[in-house]
Ligand binder design. Structure first.
Ligand SMILES: Cc1ncc(COP(=O)(O)O)c(C=O)c1O
Length: 287
């Protein structure tokens, strides 16, 4: 979308922390980014009123993702409505990445940006079959929303790759028309993984916020470490891999991202290793 829409001198508002490709896509297109801090105290929503007006006058696009990666927060309908108003006021195209639309837990509402009045005038929503249907690598997804933006995207995309390998299209059709009970089972499995990991970390004295959605845990690290120090020591001493939060933007410092991509049994073991690591680290700190 950035390649189709953005020219040098144009700004794109991107979430910080956010999925790195948002920023990289804009850079490849020769545009400039303006990071929108997503802070815990603001419910991980951007403070739109704090973005300088000079930047907004040069802004063509804004990227948001609820629930997202690495920040797993959900947006309310009201916050999406605020985005629509803001986009209308400054003539900004909103891109909502809804890749985790189906991985929502604890009965939380599943809110598409497109369900908000006026969203179709100002934005498009992307989704992917990678997460929901375990089709990562198949490169199949969809975009819905503003007709003109979709026309520009389709026109650009048809010049770099045309269509998707037919068997993958058929697999996607089967997935989208399948019995969604399979999805409910999958959501339960991820929910279980989240619960065992968080319970295990809590046993070790590390209280981590419960993700309302996605296949990630966005964890504030114990004080006395940078994200990178913590992640590197953890892999070295405990053999557990996490991603340092600053890999997703400067506001990710002080956090690490854990992925729920192992069985509950393995996550219990990982949590035990982290518990031991934290205990030993505490001894070293005291000494
Ligand atoms: C927020 C988010 N959007 C998009 C993607 C990419 O999906 P796809 O496999 O369709 O490129 C990911 C994958 O990690 C993601 O986390």
């Amino acid at each position: 979308m950035a390649m189709a829409m953005i020219d040098p001198g144009d700004y794109v508002l991107v979430p910080d922390p956010g999925y790195p490709i948002y920023e990289h896509g804009v850079m490849i297109a020769g545009g400039s980014i303006y990071p929108m801090p997503l802070l815990e105290e603001n419910g991980y929503l951007p403070k739109l009123s704090e973005i300088p007006v000079e930047v907004l006058h040069k802004t063509k696009m804004m990227i948001i993702s609820y629930p997202g990666n690495p920040v797993t927060a959900l947006a309310s309908k009201e916050s999406f409505e605020e985005v629509v108003e803001f986009a209308k006021k400054y003539n900004i195209l909103v891109i909502h990445d809804f890749a985790y639309s189906e991985l929502i837990y604890d009965g939380n509402p599943q809110i598409s940006f497109m369900s908000v009045t006026g969203a179709k005038e100002v934005g498009i929503e992307f989704n992917s079959l990678s997460k929901t249907f375990n089709m990562a690598g198949c490169r199949i997804g969809y975009a819905v929303g503003n007709e003109e933006a979709l026309r520009i995207l389709a026109s650009f995309k048809s010049n770099i790759d045309y269509g998707v390998f037919y068997p993958i299209q058929m697999a996607a059709v089967t997935a989208l028309t399948s019995d969604y009970n399979v999805l409910r089972e999958q959501v339960k499995e991820y929910e279980k993984r989240r619960d065992v990991l968080i319970a295990g970390l809590e046993k070790g004295g590390w209280k981590v916020a419960k993700s309302p959605a996605t296949m990630f845990v966005w964890a504030k690290i114990p004080s006395g470490w940078t994200s990178r120090q913590f992640a590197f020591k953890l892999i070295e001493k405990a053999g557990v891999a996490v991603v340092p939060g600053d890999a997703f933007g400067t506001q990710g410092e002080g956090y690490v991202r854990m992925a729920l991509v192992q069985s509950p049994e393995r996550l219990v073991k990982a949590a035990e290793k982290i518990q031991n690591f934290l205990q030993e680290a505490a001894v070293v700190t005291k000494e």
